[in-house]
Design a protein around this ligand. Structure first.
Ligand code: C2E
Ligand code: MG
Ligand code: MG
Length: 401
């Protein structure tokens, strides 16, 4: 038998933007389309807010069966990608699909469902709207992730984690305005592991909380020391990345205050970077939380702004401090329409009373473009890469006073 797990992308955005009545209509339409595509012997069901499951018996096996699974999955993906017309709106969704096969991948219902679910999630890591049949490499990767997670849990205790600081520059004066804290992991056997490799695992398994606590505590301690020695600008802030899994915890705000409590650092010296996707998932919950962060005195920044498919309507309602312009909009400002996007984000930020920070400047022509666009702050290898604390402190002494 075959199991297809269909996970709608974009449904939450539609539901949040247009209301539950439109959301319901979209779900009914998607269910109707799925039913029409599947063979009569198939069971089609909705198993989550925006998730459907298709289960069907088959006499095929091996490559023939895989081919028929792919054919059905392709038909489903293209059918779902056909826009839904509703009340003058044209609504677009995509649907990653994961498949598992009985008895090849598993023999019990629970295991078959779990295998199809893992296949969807493995597809998601490759990109949007993927189809993936369950295979052993997924399990091997999950196993690798488990090992990574076990290592991560002891990494803080073993002092394998370190906070690097990347200077944020005042574009007009070239002086230092602040810094972004970026975590580094020196694994005892593997050597340096980049955040792009361990943060997603840490988010999935929950060890992100310990990392976050470590980074926030370290930054607060360092800020306190710098304020005593006077080497860091008095008005300067340090940005800390907050991952979705951390932000969504019920006790997030308590943990935030606890992490800096007793360090002598004021919340206003910290800027917390969150990603747009948090606002897409559950806008009202996120808005409430951001308001509370602001009330506690923390600055809030949206990281990688412009890459997260969010609607602009929320922006003016949120007490934000900063929009960080993703480096893809800065990469080729002259021969690319991306330059227009960067300029638009700068004026959006200015008109809403926020600050704009351009990320990933590597070349002088990018600095010139950023200055012309009116963006006040920038960071990138052009000025300095993320630096270990001691090197950053030397940089502070050389560039600040
Ligand atoms: P991000 O917050 O957007 O951080 C900027 C990334 O761009 C950093 O990568 C930085 O090293 C890199 N970068 C800076 N200047 C340039 C440049 O001129 N050119 C290029 N090509 N890259 C530049 P990094 O340190 O590898 O971090 C990657 C991502 O991992 C970060 O993206 C952030 O989302 C996440 N991350 C890093 N540290 C933490 C942390 O402490 N907590 C959490 N939750 N996430 C973190
Ligand atoms: Mg960041
Ligand atoms: Mg960024």
């Amino acid at each position: 038998m075959g199991v297809l797990h269909v996970d709608l992308d974009g449904f939450r955005l539609i539901n949040d933007s247009f209301g539950p009545a439109v959301g319901d209509a979209v779900l009914v339409e998607m269910a109707t389309r799925l039913r029409a595509l599947c063979p009569p012997v198939a069971e089609v069901g909705r198993v989550g807010v925006d998730e459907f499951l298709i289960v069907f018996p088959s006499n095929d096996a091996g490559a023939v069966f895989d081919a028929s699974l792919r054919q059905l999955a392709d038909a489903i993906r293209s059918s779902i990608a056909t826009p839904v017309a509703h009340d003058g709106l044209e609504l677009h969704l995509t649907a990653p699909v994961g498949a598992s096969r009985g008895p090849e991948d598993a023999i019990t219902a629970v295991d078959l469902l779990a295998a199809a679910d893992r296949a969807v999630r493995a597809g998601r890591q490759i990109g949007r709207n993927q189809f993936r049949v369950h295979d052993m490499t997924i399990d091997i990767r999950n196993h690798d992730n488990l090992r990574l997670d076990r290592d991560l849990r002891v990494a803080t205790a073993r002092r394998e984690l370190e906070v690097y600081y990347q200077p944020i520059i005042d574009v007009a004066t070239g002086g230092l305005a602040g810094a972004e804290a970026l975590v580094r992991w020196h694994h005892c056997e593997r050597g340096p592991v980049p955040p792009s490799e361990f943060i997603p695992t840490a988010e999935a398994t929950g060890s992100i909380s310990a990392i976050s606590e470590f980074v926030l505590g370290t930054v607060a301690d360092d800020l306190a020391a710098w304020s005593t020695s006077g080497i860091f600008p008095a008005e300067g802030r340090v940005s800390v990345n907050i991952s979705a899994a951390e932000f969504n915890r019920v006790d997030f705000l308590d943990r935030l205050t606890a992490a800096i409590d007793g360090t002598g650092t004021d919340p206003s010296r910290l800027e917390l970077e969150i990603t747009e996707s948090l606002l897409v998932e559950d806008l009202s919950a996120a808005a409430e939380r951001i308001t509370e962060m602001d009330r506690l005195g923390f600055g809030v920044a949206i990281d990688d702004f412009g890459t997260g498919y969010s609607s602009l309507s929320y922006l003016h309602e949120l007490p934000l401090h900063t929009l960080k312009i993703d480096r893809r909009f800065i990469a080729k400002p002259s021969d690319d329409r991306s330059g227009a996007v960067a300029t638009a984000i700068v004026s959006l930020a200015r008109n809403l009373g926020f600050v704009a920070v351009a990320e990933g400047l590597e070349h002088e022509y990018q600095r010139a473009f950023v200055a012309r666009s009116g963006c006040e702050f920038a960071q990138g290898f052009l000025f300095a890469p993320p630096l270990p604390k001691a090197t950053f402190e030397r940089y502070l002494v050389d560039h600040h006073l």
